[in-house]
Design a protein. Structure first.
Lengths: 669, 536
C-alpha cells in the first residue's frame, strides 16, 4: 500500500467515527461513545505514522504524491476532482492534527462524562477532525474549500455545544459569521488564481504560476490578499479575531483542540501550502507579515489584563499564531510550522490544565476568585508550569527553539523586517509576563475555599449550576454542562493525555536545535523545493544574539510576574490605578469589538432597516415579488384552464401546434 | 429437396443474433409470460408471470451489457446497435423491471390478467428498444407503434375504475393523431430525399442542397411534432396530466421514465444523424419548444394537489431540459441528455415508488395529503421522496444537479446560452412545487386516521366487486382469501411492501450516490455521445 492509500485511511476513520456515533448514539452504553471516538482518531494517527514511513521511503525529489478518488466534474476550464496531496507538509499536519486530537478525545472521555450530550459531542469532535484532515490533505482548491467550510461548521457546532446557553449560541454565531467572511475571501481568491491558471490542482497551479503571473501581478496580489482574508478569519488575526475569545464558551476540550491546537493554525498552513503564490506576490506576503506582527503584540497586551482563565489563554493563542503567520509570510516556513507543532503541544496542555482548574472551581473561570491551588492540585500545577515555560520561551522547553527560529529568519531578511524582529521580542517578554501572571494568580498566594477543601479531599461542587460568563443560574439537562466536574488528579484518562502532552512540550523542541540537528528543515524540504526563500539554517548571523536575548527576555518576564503578583501583591493594583486609561483599553480588548460594531454591524443594520422599510416594501414586495408571483399565478391558471379534460380541445391544440411549427419551418424555406 | 433447403439456408440473410438479443429476450419473454397467463391458479399466474417478466428483463439487461461497445448495423441496416442504443436500453430495461416490481401487488395486473399485463409491458419495452436503435424511418415508426399500442391498453387495465379507462381512451385518440402526424412527416422526408435510411437522408440533405426544401422542412416539422408528442413536450403535452393521473401508477411510472427515454433517444439519433445538416433550420424550433415546455410544465405544476399530476407537469418541464441537449447537436449535448435520462430514471422511480406505496397504504390516492407527516411516520419512505424532489429541482449533491449542470454547460457551449438561462429560471420556479411536497412530508402532521378509513381510492363501479379477479367474481363462494395471504386483497390496505420501499430506497440512494460520484454515469453517457459519429 502506498502513502496515499494511508492518506485516505487517515480520512476514513474519523468520518466513520462521526457516522457511527451520529447514528448509533441511542444504543451506546456508558462511555463507549467516548472510546469509539478516541479509537477512531487513534487509528487515524496510526495511519498517519505509517503514511510518514511510506513517504520517507520515496526519493526526496519524489515526495509529492497526488491521489484521486474520483472525478467530480472535469471539463474544459474546470478540473474538480476529489484528490489529496501527500507531501511532507501535509504529513506533518496530519500527524499533529490526529495526534493532538487523539489525546484531546482521551481527555474528553472523562471531562465530559456527566454531560447529557456525550455521544453528540464525540460525533461533532470526530467530524471536526475529519474536516481538518481533509483541509490539510487537500490536493486542490476545491477540496481545500470543502474542508475549510466543514471546519467552520464543526467549530460552530462545538462552540454552541451547550445550546441552551445564550452566550454560547451567540458566540457560535459570531464565529460562524466571521468564518464565512473568510470563506468568501478564500473562494474569491481561488477564483482570481483559477481564472489565470485554468486548474484547481495545487501542483499544476504551482507549476503554472511562474509562467502565468508576473512578479506582483495585480490579479495575483488581489487573489493572495483575498486568500489572506480567509487565513486571517480562520486564524483569528486582526481585524477578524474577535470571535476567538468568545469561542471559549465551548467546552474546554474544544478550546484546546480547535481554538488552540488545530483549526486556528489553518491560516498558517494555507500560507505555507500556497507559498509559490505568495513568493510571486511579495506585496501580499508583506501584508501577512505586518498583520501577524501586529496581532502578536496587540493580543499579548490584551492577555495582560484579562481575568477569565480561558480568555487569557485564547489571547495567548492569537498572539502565538501571529508569530506563525509572520513567520510563514517572511519565508520562515519550517520555523513557522515547527512553532505550529510545538505550540499545539503546549497550548493544548495549557487548556487541558485550565479545564482541570475550572473543574476544581466547579465551573468558575475568573482569576479573581482563584488562588493557592499549588498544593491541592500538584499535577495540574506541574502541567501549567511546563506549558507556561514552553510558551514563555525558556530553554530547554519547546517554545524556545521554535519562536526563536521564526524571529531569527525574520531578522535575517533585513530592511524593515527589523521592526518585526524587535516587536517579536517585545511580544516574547509580554508572553512570559501574562503566562506567569496566570500561573501565580491561580496557584500561588492564599488558598481559596475550594483549594483548601480540595486539599482535604473534597472536590468543590456548585449548589446551583451557573453560567460563568453571566452568573445566570441554569440546570444540568441536555444543552447545559453536566452536573459533575472533573480534575486531572482524579481521572486517569485526563492525566494520561496531559502527561503525554507535557512530555511533548518539554522535548519537542529538541528535534531542531540550532547548529545541532535540522530534522524539520530537512523533512519539509521537498515541499518547499521550489521556494527561493527556503534554506536549511546553518548560518551563524544573529543566532547567538537571538538565543541569548530570547532566554533573557523569557526569564525576565517570569521574574517581573513573580515580583508583581507574588512578592508584592499590591503592585498590580497600583499600576492599574496609575495607568487607568491603558488598563481600560486592555480590559476592553483595544475596543476592537466596538470598532467592528461601529464600522460594519451598525451601518449594516441601518442599511438593512432602510432596505426593509423602503426598498423592499416598495420595489421588491410590490413590484418584483407581487409582479412575478402574479405572472406565475396567472400562467398557472391559464395552463390549468387549457387543461379542460376534453379530448376535442386537446386535438384542437395539437392541430394549432402542428400549424405553428409547420409555419415556422415553411418560413425557413 | 433437402439440398435445395440447405442451399436456401446457406443463402439466407446473415442474422446477427447478438445484436438482436436484447429485443429477442424481451419479445421471447412476452410470449412465455402470455402463455403462463393460461395457468389455472391465480396465485401461480401472479407469481410466475411477474417472476418470468423479471427474468426476461434481467436477460435483456445481460444481453445489453454483453453487446456494450458494439457498433454495427443489423437487419439490413434497419437497426443500429451502438452505445447510444445500448445506454438508453439499459435505462429502458431498468424502468421495465422496476415497473414489474411496482405492479406486483397492483390491482391493474390482477384485473387485466397477469399474463397479459406483463406481456404488454415487455412488448412495449421491446418497442422502445427498437425505437432507440432505429436506423431508418420505417423501423422508427414500427418502434413508435410497438411501444404505443401496448401502452394504450396498459393505461386502461384498471377495468373497474373509470379514470383508468378514460385515460386509456384519451391516450389512444390523441396518440393516434400524434402517430399520424409523425407518419406524414416521415413520408414527406422520404419524398424529399428519396430514402428511408438515416445516413442516406443525411447525405441527401448535405449533397442535394435540400436544407431549404419546403417538402423536407414540412416533413421535419411534422416529425418534430410527432416526437414532441411522445416525449410530452409542450404544447403537445396536454394528454400527459390526464393520462398520468388516470393510468395505474406503475404504468404511469413506466410511461414517465421509459417512454421519455425512448423518445429522447430517437430524438438524438434522428436529429443528430439524419437531419444533422439541417440543424440551422430545426434547432431554433426545438429550442423554442424546449422553452415553452419548461415554462408550461413548471408553471402548470404549481397549483396541483395530485402528486401524479404534479409529476406529470414536472415531466413536461424536464422534457424541456432534456431537449436542450438535442438542440445544440454536439457530442456534449448528447452526453448531457443521456446522462440526464439515467438520472431522470432514478429520481422518478424514487418518487413514483413512494406514491405507489402511499396509495396502497392510506387510501388517499395520489393526493398530496397522502404524504403528509411522512417524515415522522415513515422516514424510510420520506427520504427517497425528499431526495427525488430535491434532485428534480437540481439541488447540489444530488444527481439532478450534475445532470442539469451538464445540460446547461452543453447549451452554453453550443451557442444556446439563453436556453441555459431558461433552464436555471425553470428550476428556480420548480422549487416552489417540489418543496411543497417536501414540506408536506416533514412539516405537517399526518392525516387523521378517520379520513383514512373513510375514503377509498377505488370507488367500485356498479356490480364490480373490488376483488379484481374474474374468477373470484364468478364464484359465489363467500370465502374470499384471507387478508393476510399477501394477495392484493380488497379494501385491505397493504402494510408492508418490501419491494416498493426497497426500490424507493435504492433509487434514492443511487440519486445521492451519482450526485457525489457522477463518474460511472458520465462514462456511460460519454460512450453514448461518442457513438454519434457525425457530431463534434
Amino acid at each position: 500500500m502506498t502513502a496515499t492509500t494511508f492518506g485516505w485511511l487517515v480520512l476514513l476513520f474519523p468520518l466513520a467515527g462521526t457516522v457511527v456515533l451520529g447514528l448509533g448514539w441511542r444504543s451506546l452504553p456508558g462511555r463507549s461513545a467516548g472510546w469509539i471516538g478516541t479509537a477512531a482518531i487513534a487509528a487515524s494517527f496510526a495511519c498517519a505514522v505509517v503514511c510518514l514511513a511510506a513517504l520517507q521511503s520515496h526519493h526526496p525529489g519524489a515526495r509529492q504524491l497526488t491521489s484521486t478518488l474520483w472525478d467530480y466534474a472535469v471539463t474544459v476550464g474546470v478540473d474538480a476532482r476529489l484528490s489529496i496531496l501527500v507531501d511532507p507538509l501535509a504529513v506533518m499536519m496530519i500527524l499533529v492534527v490526529s495526534g493532538i486530537s487523539a489525546l484531546i478525545h482521551l481527555y474528553s472521555v472523562s471531562y465530559l462524562w456527566s454531560d447529557r450530550g456525550y455521544a453528540r459531542f464525540f460525533s461533532y469532535l470526530n467530524f471536526f477532525v475529519f474536516s481538518m484532515l481533509l483541509l490539510v490533505l487537500a490536493g486542490n482548491f476545491l477540496v481545500l474549500i470543502i474542508g475549510w467550510a466543514f471546519v467552520g461548521a464543526a467549530s460552530y457546532l462545538l462552540i454552541s455545544f451547550w445550546y441552551r446557553r445564550t452566550t454560547a449560541t451567540r458566540a457560535g454565531i459570531k464565529a460562524f459569521v466571521i468564518n464565512v467572511v473568510g470563506d468568501v475571501g478564500l473562494v474569491l481568491g481561488t477564483y482570481f488564481i483559477l481564472k489565470h491558471t485554468g486548474t484547481l490542482d495545487f501542483v499544476k497551479t504551482f507549476n503554472a504560476v511562474p509562467h502565468v503571473f508576473a512578479r506582483d501581478d495585480g490579479d495575483l496580489v488581489a487573489g493572495c490578499v483575498l486568500l489572506l482574508v480567509g487565513a486571517f478569519a480562520k486564524s483569528a488575526q486582526i481585524p477578524l479575531h474577535t470571535w476567538l475569545p468568545d469561542a471559549m464558551e465551548g467546552p474546554t476540550p474544544v478550546s484546546a483542540l480547535i481554538h488552540a491546537a488545530t483549526m486556528v493554525t489553518a491560516g498558517v498552513y494555507l500560507i505555507a501550502r500556497l507559498h509559490p503564490l505568495f513568493e510571486r506576490a511579495p506585496a501580499a506576503a508583506d501584508v501577512g507579515a505586518v498583520i501577524g506582527c501586529l496581532t502578536l503584540v496587540v493580543a499579548a497586551t490584551i492577555a495582560l489584563a484579562q481575568t477569565d482563565v480561558k480568555r487569557v489563554i485564547a489571547y495567548s493563542t492569537m498572539s502565538q499564531i501571529g508569530y506563525m503567520i509572520m513567520g510563514v509570510s517572511v519565508g520562515a516556513y519550517a520555523a513557522g510550522l515547527f512553532h505550529l507543532m510545538t505550540h499545539a503541544f503546549f497550548k493544548a496542555l495549557l487548556f487541558m490544565a485550565a479545564g482541570s482548574l475550572i473543574g476544581a472551581m466547579a465551573g468558575e473561570q475568573s482569576l479573581n476568585r482563584m488562588g493557592g491551588f499549588r498544593r491541592a492540585m500538584p499535577f495540574t500545577y506541574a502541567a501549567f508550569v511546563v506549558g507556561g515555560l514552553a510558551l514563555s520561551g525558556v530553554p530547554p522547553f519547546s517554545g524556545f527553539f521554535s519562536k526563536d527560529e521564526i524571529l531569527l529568519v525574520t531578522g535575517e531578511r533585513g530592511g524593515w523586517h527589523w521592526i518585526l524582529y524587535v516587536a517579536g521580542y517585545a511580544g516574547a517578554l509580554l508572553t512570559a509576563v501574562y503566562t506567569f501572571r496566570l500561573i501565580f494568580r491561580a496557584f500561588h498566594g492564599e488558598p481559596v475555599k475550594e483549594a483548601t477543601e480540595l486539599e482535604h479531599g473534597h472536590l468543590a461542587h456548585a449548589d446551583h449550576p451557573f453560567n460563568p460568563a453571566t452568573g445566570e443560574e441554569e440546570d444540568t439537562d441536555v444543552g447545559f454542562p453536566g452536573p459533575e466536574h472533573h480534575i486531572a488528579e482524579r481521572d486517569p484518562p485526563m492525566r494520561l493525555a496531559m502527561g503525554v502532552l507535557a512530555v511533548g512540550a518539554l522535548v519537542a523542541g529538541l528535534v531542531q536545535i540550532p547548529k545541532v540537528d535540522f530534522v524539520i528543515d530537512h523533512f519539509l524540504h521537498p515541499s518547499f523545493a521550489d521556494s527561493a526563500l527556503y534554506e536549511v539554517r546553518t548560518k551563524n548571523g544573529l543566532l547567538a544574539v537571538g538565543l541569548i536575548v530570547g532566554t533573557a527576555l523569557g526569564l525576565a518576564g517570569v521574574a517581573i510576574a513573580y515580583r508583581i503578583w507574588v512578592t508584592r501583591p499590591g503592585t498590580a493594583a497600583a499600576i492599574q490605578a496609575r495607568l487607568t486609561f491603558v488598563h481600560r483599553l486592555l480590559v476592553n480588548k483595544w475596543y476592537f469589538d466596538e470598532l467592528l460594531d461601529l464600522l460594519f454591524v451598525r451601518p449594516g443594520a441601518w442599511m438593512g432597516r432602510f432596505a426593509q422599510q423602503t426598498f423592499e416594501r416598495v420595489v421588491v414586495n410590490e413590484a418584483l415579488v407581487g409582479g412575478t408571483t402574479g405572472l406565475v399565478r396567472a400562467g398557472s391558471a391559464a395552463v390549468r384552464a387549457a387543461q379542460s379534460g376534453f379530448v376535442r380541445y386537446y386535438a384542437g391544440v395539437l392541430v394549432i401546434g402542428i400549424a405553428a411549427v409547420s409555419l415556422y419551418f415553411l418560413l425557413q424555406s | 429437396m433437402s439440398v435445395a433447403l440447405a442451399a436456401a439456408r446457406l443463402h439466407g440473410p446473415h442474422i446477427d443474433w447478438g445484436g438482436l438479443s436484447p429485443i429477442l429476450a424481451l419479445l421471447g419473454g412476452a410470449v412465455v409470460v402470455l402463455l403462463v397467463g393460461l395457468a389455472p391458479r391465480r396465485e401461480v399466474r401472479r407469481l410466475v408471470a411477474s417472476g418470468l417478466a423479471l427474468v426476461a428483463f434481467a436477460a435483456a439487461l445481460g444481453c445489453t451489457i454483453w453487446q456494450w461497445d458494439a457498433s454495427k448495423s443489423i437487419v439490413s441496416g434497419a437497426l443500429r446497435v451502438d452505445d447510444l442504443a445500448l445506454a438508453v436500453n439499459l435505462i429502458l430495461v431498468s424502468a421495465g423491471a422496476a415497473t414489474v416490481l411496482l405492479s406486483w401487488r397492483a390491482r391493474a395486473s390482477g384485473e387485466a390478467g397477469h399474463g397479459e399485463f406483463y406481456a404488454l409491458v415487455l412488448t412495449s419495452t421491446a418497442g422502445m428498444s427498437v425505437l432507440v436503435a432505429a436506423q431508418n424511418t420505417v423501423s422508427l415508426f414500427l418502434g413508435i407503434e410497438l411501444l404505443s399500442i401496448p401502452l394504450y391498453v396498459l393505461c386502461a387495465t384498471e377495468l373497474h375504475r373509470s379514470p383508468s379507462l378514460e385515460s386509456g381512451l384519451k391516450y389512444l385518440v390523441i396518440g393516434s393523431v400524434g402517430s399520424a402526424t409523425l407518419l406524414y412527416g416521415l413520408a414527406m422526408i422520404y419524398g424529399a430525399t428519396g430514402s428511408t435510411d438515416f445516413d442516406a437522408i443525411a447525405s441527401a440533405i448535405a449533397s442535394g442542397g435540400l436544407a431549404s426544401d419546403p417538402l423536407l422542412l414540412t416533413g421535419i416539422a411534422l416529425v418534430v411534432v410527432g416526437l414532441a408528442f411522445k416525449s410530452s413536450v409542450a404544447p403537445f403535452h396536454q394528454w400527459t396530466p390526464d393520462v398520468y393521473e388516470g393510468a395505474p401508477t406503475p404504468i404511469t411510472t413506466f410511461m414517465a421514465v421509459a417512454t421519455k427515454a425512448a423518445a429522447l433517444g430517437i430524438f438524438l439519433r434522428f436529429f443528430d444523424v439524419a437531419l444533422v445538416s439541417a440543424q440551422v433550420s430545426w434547432a431554433p424550433a426545438l429550442a423554442a419548444l424546449a422553452t415553452i415546455s419548461i415554462v408550461v410544465g413548471n408553471v402548470g405544476a404549481l397549483g396541483q394537489s395530485s402528486l401524479k399530476r404534479l409529476l406529470a407537469y414536472s415531466a413536461v418541464a424536464q422534457a424541456g431540459y432534456l431537449l436542450a441537449g438535442v438542440v445544440v447537436s454536439t457530442r456534449a449535448g448528447a452526453r448531457a441528455t443521456v446522462f440526464y435520462l439515467a438520472v431522470y430514471l432514478l429520481m422518478n422511480l424514487a418518487a413514483f415508488a413512494v406514491v405507489v406505496a402511499r396509495e396502497r397504504e392510506t387510501g388517499l390516492g395520489d393526493d398530496i395529503a397522502a404524504v403528509e407527516g411522512l417524515g415522522a411516520s415513515r422516514p424510510w419512505l420520506a427520504w427517497p421522496m425528499t431526495i427525488a424532489m430535491l434532485s428534480l429541482a437540481g439541488i447540489p449533491a444530488t444527481a439532478g444537479f450534475v445532470g442539469k449542470l451538464f445540460l446547461i454547460q452543453a447549451s452554453a457551449d453550443g451557442g444556446y446560452t439563453w436556453l441555459g438561462v431558461v433552464i436555471v429560471v425553470g428550476s428556480m420556479v420548480s422549487l416552489a412545487y417540489y418543496l411543497r411536497v417536501v414540506a408536506a412530508m416533514w412539516m405537517r402532521p399526518g392525516p387523521s386516521l378517520g379520513a383514512t378509513e373513510a375514503a377509498s381510492p377505488y370507488p367500485a363501479i356498479a356490480g364490480g366487486s373490488p376483488e379484481a379477479d374474474p374468477d373470484a367474481i364468478g364464484t359465489s363462494t363467500p370465502a374470499a382469501p384471507p387478508a393476510g395471504d399477501g394477495g392484493p386483497g380488497a379494501g385491505a390496505r397493504e402494510g408492508f411492501q418490501p419491494e416498493v420501499v426497497g426500490l424507493a430506497l435504492a433509487a434514492g440512494a443511487a440519486t445521492v450516490f451519482f450526485g457525489i460520484v457522477p463518474s460511472p454515469l458520465v462514462d456511460l453517457a460519454r460512450a453514448a455521445g461518442n457513438s454519434l459519429l457525425g457530431l463534434f
